[in-house]
Design a protein around this ligand. Structure first.
Ligand SMILES: C[S@@+](CC[C@H](N)C(=O)[O-])C[C@H]1O[C@@H](n2cnc3c(N)ncnc32)[C@H](O)[C@@H]1O
Length: 165
């Protein structure tokens, strides 16, 4: 498969999983969390999916498209190992949905981020929180959810939080 095809499939999987997650949390109160702002594309999509919910964003170096800069009171700037542990004080409520998209081309850095998610996400989730991720996340507090029918296994990841860390 060409890298172009692979990229397109990744984006289709990302959108399908976010939309499935939005259906899953329709009746679950709580804010939305985006980890990894990047260009702001998925953040922008989350704003469309959740026009009435606060969306908190975690990003170590925010440089999105100018139209996709979150308001400063909803933006946590810094490495998630530093920002996630104390974020609940500002969020006030645990997240209904978390989208984590912090994988990159460097497998060592990606593995480090996976470990950080496994360790620090419990600080902001509750039983029932749905987690959408570009990387697998390990933890007995997570239960995998079925992917949308058109998303290939292993291309994107969907979990429900079943207990805390
Ligand atoms: C693949 S991009 C996200 C793309 C974004 N979802 C979009 O649709 O435009 C990954 C982002 O995660 C951020 N990031 C990576 N590791 C991080 C960490 N440990 N803490 C905070 N941000 C991190 C990077 O700076 C980068 O902006």
């Amino acid at each position: 498969m060409s890298r172009l095809d692979s990229f397109i499939r990744r984006l289709l999987a990302q959108r399908a999983c976010l939309e499935e997650a939005a259906r899953l949390v329709a009746d679950l109160p709580g804010p939305i969390v985006e980890i990894g702002l990047g260009n702001g594309r998925t953040y922008d999509h989350l704003k469309e999916l959740f026009p009435d919910r606060p969306i908190y964003v975690f990003e170590r170096k925010p440089q999105p498209h100018p139209e996709c800069m979150p308001p400063s009171d909803k933006l946590f700037v810094g490495d998630i190992a530093r920002t996630l542990p104390t974020a609940l004080a500002r969020m006030q409520r645990r997240a209904a949905l978390v989208h984590a998209d912090i994988g990159c081309g460097d497998p060592v850095a990606t593995a480090r981020n996976r470990r950080k998610l496994a360790r620090y996400l419990p600080a902001i989730v509750a039983k029932g929180t749905v987690i959408v991720s570009d990387q697998p996340i390990e933890g007995r507090w997570l239960s995998p959810l079925p992917l949308p029918h058109d998303v290939e296994e292993g291309r994107y990841f969907l979990y429900r939080c079943v207990s805390f860390g």
